[in-house]
Design a binder for this molecule. Structure first.
Ligand SMILES: Nc1ncnc2c1ncn2[C@@H]1O[C@H](COP(=O)(O)OP(=O)(O)O)[C@@H](O)[C@H]1O
Ligand SMILES: [Mg+2]
Length: 381
């Protein structure tokens, strides 16, 4: 039996016109699983969390934990938040300013009637887990942002909840701290195996933390799968774009010749003969650049002109015009020669990629499906 089961969850907010925030969501979460909801602002992530927590009442659907019904619209059951054993971590740390760290962490225990030495022991254990044992007698104002977020993490763990909900908890931290807290959270989950739903709009955060990622679009799950699945096989063009395949090349094949934006693509054969028009999606890291086609043998190639080149330390971000398209190539500066370092706007280049790294989609719309998993083969020279 799944730990958490969500069936047909639907939530509309009143207004003119009304907003459908979540649209018939169905999913199951296993005990100990870390699920990440990934999607742009407004796609329904927070509303989904609030429905799980009982802070929002869905219009229809059901939510259960093991054998216990938390919510069932048809049976008019809606357990209040305090009857669901849930921990929550928010973007704003939501600590009580007038309470010490010790009292903040202990707050959920107090609310659930755990007192005395048992409560004190649990607070110290939770603080130790997040390296806050020495901060217990301070007030939130005396802590850095990262420390405050660790305290709110300890508070979410202290009552050993059935589920922990995270709403963009790392977004307010600066880049380095964000990486530290993220690594810490990953370690904690590996050790404690709590069940979590974590919301973010950041693809690298999602891939790093998730057992499974659910990519959300307009209140629905566009794809749910392991980070590897979502990264390697984005089911739709929308997912591909969101997960970093940011180069979009609409392609047309006429008389066996494939062109993007009117420019001929060499070394590309689509395994499926059904599509004469399709969209290629490819990551900036998977593009290569060279002065001529000969240096890119075995790869699919297309000719372009450099727009700009930006130094990035170990890499260069090179923007290349191909017909009317603007492609972004991120090439390693370590292995590139003087030629790549000297690239400037206006210079002709050849863009190459291994066709295994490109994904092809139907041309219809953003939601168009992956045509095949490995649709492309390079023609041999
Ligand atoms: N209390 C509310 N009243 C009206 N509309 C809301 C309310 N909360 C959220 N929405 C709308 O529901 C949609 C989903 O919002 P939300 O779940 O907050 O998205 P996310 O967390 O992914 O940014 C948005 O269109 C938002 O404007
Ligand atoms: Mg939100």
């Amino acid at each position: 039996m799944s730990h958490i089961l969500v069936k047909g969850l639907h939530k509309q907010f009143a207004g003119k016109p009304p907003t459908t925030a979540i649209d018939d969501l169905d999913f199951a979460i296993e005990a100990g699983e870390f699920i990440v909801l990934l999607g742009p602002s407004g796609c329904g992530k927070t509303t989904t969390l609030r429905c799980l927590a009982g802070l929002e009442t869905a219009g229809s659907g059901a939510i259960s934990l093991g054998g216990t019904t938390w919510f069932d619209s048809s049976r008019r059951i809606a357990l209040p938040p305090e009857k669901r054993n849930i921990g929550m971590v928010f973007q704003s740390y939501a600590l009580w300013p007038h309470l010490t760290v010790r009292k903040n962490i202990g707050y959920p225990l107090q609310a659930r009637g755990t007192k005395g030495p048992e409560a004190a022991k649990r607070v110290e254990e939770a603080a130790a887990l997040v390296d806050c044992a020495t901060l217990l007698d301070r007030y939130p104002a005396q802590l850095s942002g990262g420390q405050q977020q660790r305290v709110s993490l300890a508070r979410s763990l202290v009552s050993r909840p059935d589920l922990i909900l995270f709403d963009e908890p790392l977004s307010n931290l600066d880049a380095k701290l964000r990486d530290d807290v993220r690594a810490h959270l990953h370690e904690l989950h590996a050790r404690l195996k709590f069940t979590a739903v974590f919301v973010t709009h950041d693809q690298s955060e999602a891939l790093a933390l998730a057992d499974r990622v659910a990519v959300m679009r307009a209140g629905r799950f566009e794809q749910i799968g392991t980070p590897f699945d979502v990264f390697e096989r984005p089911a739709t063009e929308y997912v591909a774009d969101f997960i970093g395949l940011s180069n979009r090349l609409p392609a047309a094949r006429i008389d066996g010749v494939t062109r993007v934006s009117g420019v001929e693509v060499e070394g590309l054969v689509l395994a499926s003969a059904q599509h004469d028009e399709f969209v290629l999606r490819i990551r900036p890291e998977d593009l290569r650049l060279a002065p001529d086609r000969g240096s890119l043998s075995g790869l699919t190639t297309v000719a372009g002109t450099v727009i700009d080149s930006v130094f990035g330390g170990r890499h260069l971000d090179v923007y290349v015009a191909v017909g009317g398209l603007r492609l972004h190539a991120r090439i390693e500066a370590r292995t590139t020669d003087d030629w790549a370092r000297a690239l400037r706007g206006g210079e002709p280049v050849v863009v190459g990629f291994c066709p295994d790294f490109a994904r092809a989609y139907g041309l219809e719309n953003e939601g168009s499906r992956l045509i095949t998993v490995q649709p492309l083969v390079a023609t041999k020279d």
